[in-house]
Design a binder for this molecule. Structure first.
Ligand code: ATR
Length: 275
């Protein structure tokens, strides 16, 4: 890769960003398509100063990660309607206006990634979904599934938080006792259970997994999480968090490049980074 005076700049803004797999995926995509662009880590805790710098330095596109996904909203010129409902963005698209001013739109591709990963194996319109969790990740996935026309139910360990998310999603909320015997087309784990260092955790009793046709985990790991291993052993179709990660990055690339991204180059870079 040769960087020149005309190389377009992209990056991931957050703190920390050292573990991010986005540079590997996006740079592989640029190289595969022979595009004069580079994607770099942008570690920053001072959000307003970092955002002003990115804008002043004519970045073309930026991914936003923890802890800035919500705090960045007031700095943006416009916000995509679904990202507005979710209340968080993970993608910035910069465009130069006719008057020379740079306009920054915030988009959320986390939900697009979750939907597209699921849609590889099951249509979402009319599908029944049990969503586990009520944090920021569950919120993004929940609003996205609603956007796709799925029939949602929420369950969260903390009942009050679960009910609050269900009220926003205008759907039902199940207590732990109500999970037993409950069937749905899809189960989505949007809790942090299964993430290292508690990689042996599972967010639902394994015996209940046969009540679902498809099980998706948003937790990504080099190998399948315990949830996905237990689900696969009961005959469920499983969708991994790495698939969601790949499809959300592809959605970013579409927004930035107005072109179809190279799936296989991005998948290979992601898999190499996960090992
Ligand atoms: P994020 O924004 O990444 O979703 P978060 O806001 O910390 O992170 O939310 C984490 C989610 O995982 C919550 O739904 C949390 O449940 P509580 O609201 O009850 O805390 C869920 N979670 C974390 N650890 C859990 C555990 N051991 N068992 C069940 N749910 C858990």
């Amino acid at each position: 890769m040769t960087i020149s005076g005309t190389t377009r700049l992209f990056g991931v803004l957050g703190s920390p960003v050292g573990h991010s797999l986005s540079p590997a995926m996006h740079n592989a995509a640029f190289q595969s398509r022979n595009i004069d662009a580079v994607y770099i880590p942008l570690a920053a805790t001072e959000l307003a100063a970092a955002f002003a710098g990115i804008k002043a330095l004519s970045f073309s596109g930026v991914s936003v990660t923890v802890p800035h996904k919500v705090a960045i909203l007031p700095l943006l010129d416009s916000i995509d309607p679904v990202a507005q409902k979710i209340g968080a963005v993970n993608t910035l698209v910069f465009r130069q206006r006719a008057d020379g001013r740079v306009h920054c739109t915030g988009v959320n591709t986390d939900w697009l990634g979750a939907n597209q990963a699921l849609e590889q194996v099951i249509p979402l319109k009319g599908a029944s979904v049990l969503l586990l969790g009520a944090g920021g990740a569950a919120r993004a996935v929940g609003f996205g599934l609603k956007e796709a026309g799925a029939q949602l139910l929420v369950h969260n360990r903390g009942e009050e938080r679960g009910r609050a998310l269900a009220a926003q999603l205008e759907c039902g909320c199940l207590t732990a006792g109500e999970l037993r015997g409950r069937r749905a087309d899809i189960l989505v784990n949007a809790t942090s259970v299964g993430m290292t260092p508690h990689a042996d955790g599972i967010p639902i009793e394994p015996d209940l997994l046969s009540n679902f046709q498809v099980v998706m985990d948003i937790v990504y790991a080099p190998l399948r999480t315990r949830l996905l291993r237990e689900a696969a052993s009961r005959g469920c179709t499983v969708v991994s968090g790495s698939s969601m990660l790949l499809y959300q990055a592809m959605a970013q690339w579409r927004l930035w490049m107005d072109a179809e991204p190279p799936l296989e180059a991005m998948r290979a870079a992601l898999m190499a980074g996960l090992e």
